[in-house]
Write a protein that binds this ligand. Structure first.
Ligand SMILES: C[S@@+](CC[C@H](N)C(=O)[O-])C[C@H]1O[C@@H](n2cnc3c(N)ncnc32)[C@H](O)[C@@H]1O
Length: 209
């Protein structure tokens, strides 16, 4: 799928949701469970951040947050969410595979449900994620495992886009893996993600120089 397709498809989904937020306005449980990691004043980059539920919550924890997203419709809703919650987030419209990223390294780089990338694009995507983490900083990734295909409660239908523990262990072998956990849970994140889900979490630290 080309980047134009992604932008068009996602913008239409966000537009169709109207005033609602497709994945809700609360952060994903993965970030909340690890809230003790997020020290006020730290910097965070959220990639493919959608309508802002995770970036806004991290800004509320006192972090300086930048969020990248391809859909202008999502960004407009994200800006509205941040305004309504009284926090500042730097929102940047970009294609995270082919477009520009800020030339900055962050304490935290966060990717939540960014499985629109197939295997080839994922190599580029993961490489860019890693480069954005400062030495000693953390990368957090949250997505679905192939079992999610059976549940049909969210996520892509392309099984090759989904993660296994082996895939992530291999892809992040140059980082220090602190959490790598595939599990099942009931989630309730707006109309987009609801019900029994096959999830996977990765937290990996970039080695210090
Ligand atoms: C499943 S949604 C997840 C959104 C958000 N991370 C969340 O959990 O609420 C996937 C997001 O990726 C965005 N996206 C797709 N392709 C992209 C690309 N090449 N660059 C940046 N964002 C992209 C979509 O617009 C959509 O907002």
């Amino acid at each position: 799928m080309t980047k134009i397709d992604q932008e068009t498809i996602w913008s239409q989904r966000y537009r169709d949701a109207g005033e609602d937020y497709l994945f809700g306005v609360a952060p994903c449980r993965f970030l909340e469970v690890h809230r003790q990691l997020f020290e006020s004043g730290a910097t965070a980059l959220l990639v493919a951040d959608g309508e802002g539920r995770n970036s806004v919550w991290l800004a509320e924890q006192g972090l300086k947050v930048t969020a990248l997203e391809i859909s202008p419709v999502a960004l407009e809703k994200a800006r509205r969410l941040a305004r309504g919650r009284g926090v500042d987030v730097e929102f940047i419209r970009t294609d995270i595979i082919a477009g520009e990223w800020p030339a900055v390294e962050y304490d935290f780089v966060v990717g939540v449900f960014i499985q629109f990338a197939g295997p080839d694009e994922r190599v580029v995507q993961f490489d860019r994620l890693k480069r954005a983490v400062r030495p000693g900083g953390l990368l957090l990734l949250h997505g679905y495992t192939p079992k999610q295909i059976e549940y049909k409660t969210g996520g892509p239908s392309a099984v090759e886009n989904l993660y296994t523990e082996d895939l992530l262990r291999h892809a992040f072998a140059d980082f220090r893996i602190e959490t790598l956990h595939a599990y099942e849970a009931d989630i309730d994140e707006g109309a987009g993600h609801r019900g029994r889900s096959a999830l996977i979490d990765l937290i990996a630290r970039r080695p210090a120089l």
